[in-house]
Design a binder for this molecule. Structure first.
Ligand SMILES: [Zn+2]
Length: 415
């Protein structure tokens, strides 16, 4: 046992003690924990990264829970508005909700983990009252400055009880890419139930475990992501808390996600055909069995073998190689492949808040995207592969000057 993390023996959703280990990634640096140049390597925290399956409710989860004050505290550098494709995705989602839920000046829209307010802003033209909650200081402050009222705190069952008294029940609750990060999953879902109006809808997005499995997206497994959801596991989770998964859409964001439409069971919502068909496809995949996930680890082992080999062969032939995207997922990719600053000269990133910092593990220097044109590496490994198209378009001048890109998944290839 360690002060830094706790190993769970029970499922984070249904509390069952029947967990089956799926894969052990070993001791791994914490993602999104950038350090200043010259920080001694031994002071960088590492924690076990092991994936397990709950035999009772089918929830896939990691066994180590790293102290959230270490994992999310201080210099959290992720601002959602930095990515144009994310902005477009969530603005379109907001517009669809405004239409389908008939959002107007009487409506109250509440968002959990609202970051810098990028999605709530899109409800302003409809006249709706908006409120966000986010534990990260920087993004919450940016939201307030942009005119999005934001409570700087962790959402929980207690906060929900307090907020519902002060602001009333919400017609729409949004929660994008937060469910996987939650330590008290039951408390979060109870909180949603507390705040949601009987006629309201919670629209929740999270990455989809079977897109992860089929795309070999093992690098999206890191300490901030405690859970990896199937529709089956979510259906059971909501059902236990008086909520009904009524509909689901599949989206391509973050390597493949689910957009869930959840309503109060008391409103007796109809379940859509596409939801029932997705649940059925998961039953056919045997969502409760370890074998449903095993192809992921074949792809993982292949990348861990082939990616360092490719990069080292290129370097041995005299080529230079850099990386693009100092995102959280890069931590797992680089650590599991054993790549260091001997393999990648630097990692460029669009977020100016990361420039001048170092990514722990391989001690990678983070630079501005303009470095690609200044230093002209022969190859650039796209670590933020979920934004590969966007990155290659932004870096057209680099490829036009002869630079080539390497995409790591589902198997490493040069484009
Ligand atoms: Zn469970």
């Amino acid at each position: 046992m360690s002060d830094l993390y706790e190993i769970t023996t029970h499922c984070r959703a249904c509390q069952s003690p029947e967990l089956t280990s799926l894969h052990d990634f070993g001791m791994t640096p914490l993602a999104d924990r950038l350090v200043r140049p010259g920080t001694p390597k031994q002071s960088e925290p590492i924690a076990p990264l092991e994936l397990a399956l709950c035999n009772q409710c089918s929830l896939v989860q990691i066994t180590a829970a790293v102290d959230p004050t270490v994992l999310f505290g201080g210099d959290y550098l992720y601002f959602s508005s930095v990515s144009p494709s994310l902005l477009k995705h969530f603005t379109e989602s907001a517009q669809a909700i405004i239409q389908s839920e008939d959002i107007n000046a009487q409506s109250f829209v509440f968002e959990i983990a609202s970051n810098d307010g990028y999605m709530l802003k899109a409800f302003k033209p409809a006249g709706a009252r908006i409120l966000g909650v986010d534990p990260a200081k920087g993004p919450a402050q940016a939201a307030i400055e942009a005119g999005v009222p934001t409570v700087n705190d962790f959402f929980s069952r207690d906060l929900a009880s307090h907020l519902v008294q002060e602001h009333g029940e919400a017609d729409v609750i949004l929660a994008n890419n937060v469910l996987a990060h939650v330590y008290d999953l039951e408390g979060m879902v109870e909180g949603i139930h507390t705040m949601l109006a009987t006629t309201g809808v919670a629209v929740i997005e999270c990455p989809y475990i079977f897109d992860l499995v089929e795309g070999g997206e093992f690098d999206t497994i890191y300490h901030q992501h405690l859970c990896y959801f199937s529709a089956t596991a979510l259906d059971k989770l909501f059902e236990r808390h008086g909520l009904t998964l009524a509909d689901v859409e599949r989206t391509s964001i973050h390597g493949g996600s689910l957009r869930l439409f959840v309503r109060k069971s008391a409103s007796s919502p109809q379940r859509t055909e596409r939801l029932l068909s997705l649940l059925d496809s998961e039953a056919q995949k045997q969502v409760f069995e370890a074998t449903a996930y095993s192809s992921l680890f074949d792809l993982t082992e292949n990348v861990a073998r082939e990616l360092p080999k490719l990069i080292r062969e290129l370097r041995a032939s005299g080529a230079s190689v850099a990386g693009y995207g100092a995102a959280a997922k890069a931590t797992t990719m680089l650590a599991y492949c054993g790549l260091t600053s001997d393999d990648l000269d630097f990692i460029a990133d669009l977020n100016p808040r990361k420039h001048g910092w170092v990514m722990p593990g391989g001690e990678f220097e983070i630079t501005a995207p303009s470095t690609l044109l200044e230093r002209k590496p022969d190859y650039v490994l796209i670590l933020a592969w979920n934004f590969a198209k966007e990155i290659m378009e932004q870096q057209k001048a680099y490829s036009e000057s002869g630079g080539r890109f390497i995409i790591p998944l589902p198997e490493p290839h040069i484009v």
